[in-house]
Design a protein. Structure first.
Length: 269
């Protein structure tokens, strides 16, 4: 019985090959971040060193780009968590004409190609007379980060018994007390998972950032500019590895927070 439930060997092999194909470039970057070679991707590796990590962190432009990306991702995540939670609370029980259209509008910024979202945001900022800078980057990132918070939280709302909220109100709790003691504990892990995914999305976003950054230079933009500087390849590899680690940790955290539920992080059901 157990053997019948397993996938055929050829399907398992295909899945493994797909994983290797997707992660091979990442592995190359990770390995060559420790290589002693100074200019290119030579094979075999010339040696093992941690020198490039120290040199990367010693560079002021790297530190400034990291700090800017962290600030933007944090602010965009907090804004997305606030708006995404409010939107999910307003829509999870409501039944009215156009409800699905509103849901589609929440999803649209992340579903559209990044270049379309970036051009639309840039046009809107110029129409409003807003200069490009940190504010425009944060609000731009929040537009597509809201959806991951919204999807996680509304899925948890749908599995929360309405009778718990009704019982709290019947026992004399006001709206704030009900939210604090009943609603928030039920949605906490979904909210945190959505926030982690939003942080990861914002931290490594480059297409929308390119249109909204102005003179600001986030870490992904710094990396893109480094492609024209082959002499800095080892440091670029180190910074790229740093970006992958910073974005992978929140994604793994979101997975572990939601793996015991009926919905995976980011799903809409």
């Amino acid at each position: 019985m157990h053997s019948e439930s397993r996938s055929p060997w050829w399907l398992q092999t295909a899945a493994l090959l797909g994983l290797v194909f997707m992660h091979f470039p990442i592995a190359v970057i990770a390995i060559y971040a420790f290589n002693t070679e100074t200019s290119s991707f030579s094979f075999p590796l010339q040696g093992f060193t941690l020198e490039w990590f120290a040199k990367a962190w010693a560079r002021q432009d790297v530190r400034e780009a990291v700090w800017l990306s962290l600030k933007i991702a944090t602010q965009a995540t907090l804004l997305a968590m606030l708006l995404g939670t409010m939107a999910s609370a307003a829509l999870y029980k409501a039944r009215f004409f156009g409800r699905e259209t509103i849901t589609l509008l929440f999803i649209l910024p992340i579903a559209l190609p990044g270049i379309v979202t970036g051009i639309a945001l840039l046009s809107a900022y110029r129409l409003a007379g807003i200069e490009s800078g940190m504010l425009t980057i944060v609000t731009g990132h929040a537009t597509f980060c809201i959806v991951v918070v919204y999807n996680n939280v509304i899925a948890r709302f749908r599995r929360t018994s309405p009778s718990m909220i009704e019982a709290s109100m019947d026992l004399g709790a006001d709206l704030f007390q009900t939210f604090r003691h009943v609603v928030l504990p039920n949605i906490a892990t979904a909210l945190l998972a959505g926030g982690m995914l939003a942080f990861a999305l914002s931290f490594d976003e480059i297409i929308v950032t390119t249109f909204t950054a102005g003179s600001e230079r986030t870490l992904p933009i710094w990396l893109m500019n480094q492609l024209s500087k082959p002499r800095d390849t080892p440091i670029t590899n180190v910074v790229a590895l740093m970006v992958m680690l910073i974005t992978a940790l929140p994604i793994l955290g979101a997975y572990y927070l939601t793996r015991d539920t009926d919905s995976v992080a980011g799903s809409g059901k």
